[in-house]
Design a protein around this ligand. Structure first.
Ligand code: ZN
Length: 114
């Protein structure tokens, strides 16, 4: 139970801007796969002031959705979403892909700064 709680700041380190940068970096021009609209806000939540541990940006970050597996929590998927305002279609992206990309970007920036 505690390890689950400790993972929350990690998932809360992605906001709409970071997700947009991630999609751009892999050559994805975000469009609704149903209606082709480009109006795709990211569902976000706002952190309660001062309640998050260090490493978590205060302010707004992506809402995290969990696709529950029938075979237990270890097989569940954690996702961020894009929501089409025009038709309501929801597109989900595996959170770990974005976290891993972000980790690499941070590592590259850190090594450039040396
Ligand atoms: Zn749509």
């Amino acid at each position: 139970m505690s390890s689950k709680d400790e993972s929350k700041p990690l998932y809360a380190s992605v906001n709409a801007k970071i997700m947009s940068d991630y999609l751009a970096s892999i050559g994805v021009a975000a469009r609704c796969t149903m209606c082709r609209s480009e109006n795709l806000p990211v569902p976000e939540v706002r952190s309660a002031t001062g309640s998050m541990s260090c490493g978590t940006p205060l302010g707004t970050y992506n809402n995290l959705f969990i696709m529950k597996s029938a075979y237990g929590d270890n097989a569940s998927l954690r996702c961020y979403a894009l929501l089409c305002e025009h038709c309501g279609h929801i597109m989900t992206f595996r959170a770990e892909n974005i976290l891993e990309w972000r980790r690499k970007v941070i590592m590259e920036k850190a090594s450039e700064g040396k």
